[in-house]
Ligand binder design. Structure first.
Ligand code: ADP
Ligand code: MG
Length: 316
């Protein structure tokens, strides 16, 4: 075995070397890596929440992205989906298609992935490893109390619309070399915030394709609409020379933010600070839902703001 590539290592030895680890979070994993399938113990008083996401090299990340960042981001975007459901992450599965078995790459990739997983006491329960173009697919599973999961449906007219963090920083990094790269490569899934919103938020979605698309989905699923002032958008502070309206555009259409957008009954908004107490997250109220359909942007002087695209759509 050379230091750089594992020409003499087959898929089984690579799995042993890079993916089978002692995992403190594996206590409720009855059977993990090494058999035909995993067996997990789901408590009788919990529902299983499951999601899968695929990252394709050249489409979801640039080909020269550091392997540790790819490992982090692949798990982070999956955890963001669990966060949006208010679920506690427990296990994940990794299906990896790799052009070659590069030792440095695998070491860094698995390092980035496990470092994030450790924050959540999760366990890697299995996966697949094939030779092919670079594609990372992960399945995550978590737990939530029955009927407590946060869904896209559920918002009523008059509910307040909130968003965590800032919007547009990943899109800035993608377009401008001078912008900090961390928001693009190292998104922080809002797992704690999502869990804290269970029992309070009426609907929730994570922002992966852009606020315009994702909040639009929440509103459609809930059968309500919203007219919001773009001046309310939480924008990243940036040294990049972009106009205010360009930043609005990036915040609405940019995508890759992995923040949560959720609704709360207006009579219960005052419960938010206590719910999120001790969780390091910024909260911004964008406005309120209304009867009707559609998401529109209107400034305080009454002018309509129309972003050129709502967000990212595959096959669009
Ligand atoms: P099968 O041929 O039955 O699908 P595999 O030979 O693909 O099984 O995998 C053998 C074992 O290794 C399985 O338990 C599988 O879950 C696990 N595994 C395969 N690839 C990975 C991976 N990339 N990460 C973690 N576990 C993996
Ligand atoms: Mg297989």
């Amino acid at each position: 075995m050379s230091a750089l590539s594992h020409r003499d290592m087959d898929e089984f030895s690579l799995i042993e070397r890079y993916f089978r680890r002692h995992q403190p979070g594996a206590t409720d994993l009855e059977l993990g890596i090494g058999d035909d399938a995993a067996i997990v113990r789901v408590p009788a008083d919990r529902h299983l929440v499951v999601s899968v996401d695929t990252l394709v090299a050249g489409r979801h990340f640039q080909r020269d992205t550091a392997a540790a960042d790819i490992g982090h981001k692949a798990l982070a975007v999956n955890l963001s989906d669990l966060a949006a459901m208010g679920a506690a992450p427990r296990w994940w599965w990794l299906a990896l298609s790799l052009p070659d078995a590069d030792a440095h790459w695998l070491e860094a990739f698995s390092g980035g992935m496990f470092a994030l997983a450790e924050q959540y006491d999760m366990a890697l329960a299995g996966g697949d490893l094939v030779c092919g173009p670079l594609v990372v697919t992960m399945t995550v599973a978590g737990l939530v109390a029955p009927d407590q999961a946060l869904c896209r449906r559920g918002a009523a007219a008059g509910d307040a619309i909130y968003v965590t963090g800032t919007l547009g920083a990943a899109a800035l990094a993608l377009r401008y070399q001078q912008a900090p790269a961390a928001p693009l490569h190292r998104p922080r899934p809002r797992v704690e915030a999502g869990r804290a919103l269970v029992g309070l938020a009426t609907a929730c979605v994570d922002i992966s394709d852009g606020l315009g698309i994702d909040l639009g989905q929440l509103l459609t699923a809930s059968g309500v609409g919203a007219t919001l002032d773009p001046a309310a958008l939480p924008l990243p502070t940036t040294a990049v020379d972009v106009s205010g309206t360009q930043l609005w555009e990036l915040a609405i259409s940019g995508g890759d933010d992995y923040e949560l957008c959720f609704t709360v009954p207006s009579a219960r908004e005052q419960e938010l600070p206590q719910r999120l107490c001790g969780i390091d997250v910024q909260l911004t109220r964008l406005g309120y839902t209304r009867r009707g359909a559609g998401l529109h942007w209107r400034t305080r002087d009454g002018a309509c703001f129309r972003p050129s695209v709502a967000g990212y759509r595959h096959f669009g």
